[in-house]
Write a protein that binds this ligand. Structure first.
Ligand SMILES: C[S@@+](CC[C@H](N)C(=O)[O-])C[C@H]1O[C@@H](n2cnc3c(N)ncnc32)[C@H](O)[C@@H]1O
Ligand code: SF4
Length: 446
């Protein structure tokens, strides 16, 4: 075996953001570049972030706010409108054409239909979005069951709906503090289908507290009865869990984290059972009735199968993007984000370096698509050494001028991703993981 421990983080943005001083390069170069025309057309995605939720699920590590307050929602939407106006005035962004739009969170379904309408209108009137673009709207099933909202979304050509189910185990849902019930899930699916939404994607998790292989089988059997179009199936990471839950695991008050080996065996189990249920494994953690994955993930991860140049315009608090060779993050803090935008400032707070070879981004993300054409592999010694090590270890193989990740390799995608990083990026990554580990060292393991 090539690796003995699973790398704890799955990277969605690369290169890694590390410079937060606007006066310094690369931050200043990034901002300057936005004022210039875009040199070549690329496939692009808009990601818009809504950070609100009904309740905080106990496992959730994301920046979410659980207060339901219409005044704050209204102020946040106004800030998004202003950010959209500012971005649209930038020559670089003016040259971008978009193939997909993603409303993510949090739970965008917490917003009223009137506020969602303002955001759809703002995006449509300021950006050049393809007629046949993929539009995805994310939410949690309780607030997303609103027929008025779903009819509006369908009428606007929203192609995909995505919501978190996590598990059908009712008792575990309560333990995990998930707001929606199984009935909400069924309701949401029915109302969405009736409203005419074409594709329904759900999020599921395995490696849950107390979960056994038999429980996982039950979950997959239940999900197969509902005929969802696609499933994002994540293993649960534990670093968001409060310290108290770990203490309660010791005394039996909270169900125990399964043993580490179960993360691998359950991952296998998910892949096998999902295949039997008629789903194709289209990209890392995504299973679909169709052979093709979403445009959202394709564009977020560079364009797919080794392509590197697809760009993401991130809008909203804690949103991240990739533009002109840099990845960047907006201000994470919700209030600070709004204050900055209201003062007429772009809310960017962290920027990455540019890569030495831009093709490295496509290489780093190729394992998520399971294959890359050999002609797209940068011909440098180090890349070839890493790929050969994967091939020798049985984690990848050469076939018909492509390099493909094997079933064994699919267990190690987070590690393979990091191994393919450029040297400077690995240094940033190592520091970042050290910080994460010291922040969560009291939480047993990531
Ligand atoms: C950011 S949430 C947004 C979806 C929506 N708020 C919901 O939960 O219904 C996207 C997905 O991330 C996944 N997620 C959340 N916490 C996680 C964790 N600790 N480990 C792995 N996946 C997690 C869940 O499957 C969740 O549905
Ligand atoms: S509903 Fe989704 S975003 Fe909100 S706390 Fe739960 S997992 Fe996190």
């Amino acid at each position: 075996m090539t690796y003995d421990q699973l790398f704890p983080v799955t990277h969605h943005f690369y290169p890694l953001q590390h410079c937060s001083d606007p006066e310094l390069s690369p931050f200043s170069d990034f901002v300057r570049g936005l004022g210039q025309r875009k040199r070549k057309p690329t496939d692009n995605l808009i990601y818009l972030h809504i950070p609100y939720c009904e309740k905080r699920c106990i496992f959730c590590p994301f920046h979410v706010r659980v207060k339901r307050d219409e005044t704050i929602f209204e102020r946040y939407v106004r800030a998004l409108e202003r950010e959209i106006e500012m971005l649209a005035r930038l020559p670089y962004v003016d040259d971008m054409r978009f193939k997909a739009v993603y409303f993510g969170g949090g739970s965008p379904s917490m917003l009223s239909t009137a506020l969602v309408r303002r955001l759809y209108d703002a995006l449509r009137s300021h950006f050049d979005i393809d007629q046949d673009a993929e539009w995805t709207f994310e939410g949690e099933p309780h607030s997303l069951s609103d027929p008025e909202l779903l009819s509006y979304l369908a009428e606007q050509g929203t192609t995909r709906l995505s919501f978190g189910v996590q598990t059908f185990d009712r008792k575990l849902r309560e333990t995990l503090n998930i707001a929606a019930t199984v009935e909400d899930v069924i309701d949401c699916t029915e109302v969405a289908r009736a409203a005419g939404i074409g594709e329904i994607n759900i999020d599921m998790m395995f490696f849950l507290p107390g979960q056994t292989p038999a429980d996982l089988d039950d979950d997959i059997a239940e999900l197969a009865r509902h005929d969802f179009d696609s499933i994002d199936y994540y293993y649960m990471s534990y670093y968001g869990l409060p310290q108290k839950a770990f203490q309660d695991m010791e005394t039996g008050l909270f169900p125990k984290r399964p043993p580490e080996g179960a993360r691998f065996s359950m991952n296998r189990q998910v892949r096998e059972r999902m295949s039997v249920a008629g789903y194709h494994h289209v990209t890392d953690h995504v299973f679909s009735r169709s052979q093709k994955g979403s445009e959202y993930y394709r564009l977020l991860w560079g364009g797919g199968f080794g392509r590197h140049d697809a760009e993401t315009l991130g809008i909203g608090a804690s949103s991240r993007g990739y533009i002109n060779g840099y990845s960047y993050a907006n201000n994470v803090a919700h209030d600070a984000y709004m204050a900055e935008v209201e003062a007429g400032k772009l809310p960017v707070f962290k920027v990455s370096d540019r890569l030495r070879d831009e093709r490295n981004r496509g290489l780093v993300f190729f394992p998520k698509f399971f294959s890359i054409d050999e002609s797209m592999v940068p011909d440098d010694g180090r890349t070839m050494t890493v790929l050969q090590k994967l091939i020798d270890g049985g984690l990848a193989r050469r076939q018909n001028h492509t390099i493909a990740i094997t079933e064994d390799g699919k267990d190690w995608i987070p590690n393979i991703t990091v191994d393919l990083f450029e040297r400077e990026q690995r240094t940033i990554n190592d520091k970042w993981v050290q910080q994460l580990a010291s922040r969560f060292s009291n939480r047993v393991t990531l």
